[in-house]
Design a protein around this ligand. Sequence first.
Ligand SMILES: [Zn+2]
Ligand SMILES: [Zn+2]
Length: 384
Amino acid sequence: MSRLVNDETAYQSIFEELHQHPELSLHEYETTAKIRDWLQEQSITLRETSLPTGVFAEISGDPNGPAVGLRADIDALPIHEQTDLPYKSRNEGVMHACGHDFHTTALLWAAALLKQNQANLPGTVRLIFQPAEETGHGGLKVVKDGQLKGLDTVIGIHNKPDLPVGTIGVKTGPLMAACDKFKITFHGIGGHAAIPERTRDPIVAASSFVQTAQTIVSRNISPKHEAVVSITSIHGGDVWNVLPGEVELLGTVRTFYDQDRDLIIDRFAEIADGLQKACNVQIAVEWGQGTPSVFNDEKITRIVREANENEVQVVTPEVSVAGDDFSCFQREVPGVFAFVGSNGPEDWHHPAFHVDPEGIRIAAEFYYRSAVAVLKALKDSNVH
Ligand SMILES: [Zn+2]
Ligand SMILES: [Zn+2]
């Protein structure tokens, strides 16, 4: 058996190795090769894939039992690292600033624990090392590659810098936001600022849109649901004495429930429609649909909570308005996403972000314990 099973220092070196060599989304070639090597070193069966990056593997105890997927993302960000870590990034301008090196190491560790106990596993554990989470494209590629086929459930984690090491944050229902973006173009007729009657002013229309859009969260969404509408860019005109012919707005919408997401899309269309008539301009609304919200299944969440609450501190976390494309998996099979305390000074995507590597062992054990508990519960209830 592998040296990796119980050797904590081996995981510290794997983590440092990954941290020193971060790779951008869909370019995780070296990371992929290393993960494959580490898994093969433990005689873990790799699954075939058509994806150039990402690794998929399987550990099967009872082949007729249920199947659970464990997911870690493996990509890094285009950020110049500003830490003093002895193992800081050697890839200039690329950094593991979201801690996906933490997730990858934890899943490798969990894989070793699962492999060691393979004979006793009441089903199959599929290991999903997912590429390109940061661009929001990887999750869907993994689904389309068939890597979720045959799974009964899926479990994922994200490190959480504001939770101490030894704490797991897990809750039923919404955990992370759906992240959409939009562009709205107001087409009017420009002209002399002193002769407005010959123009169709897109600035007045755009200003009304900004004001009215801000009533959606306060007047149309239930006060019990979190949601954000932010207009982040407004462009039109160049000089003080000419009315422009066009104004462009950019922004983002964050929601946790599908009905709120749909409602905001509808309200944008209605407001645009009304303003077209009121302001006599043409308004084009373009939606950039991002990943849906991370939404945890009630039953699987309960099993995972119960399996962990005697071993670590389990808390109910606040929702995060950031997103994670683990949500694409949850649209295929019910699943749970959990926060694992990593006790960092900075939040995700900060150039000085770093995790406490002590949290990796907690994350590995969380993966292991949760997978075994879920397999057992599903087998007992004959759900699969
Ligand atoms: Zn991130
Ligand atoms: Zn992340």
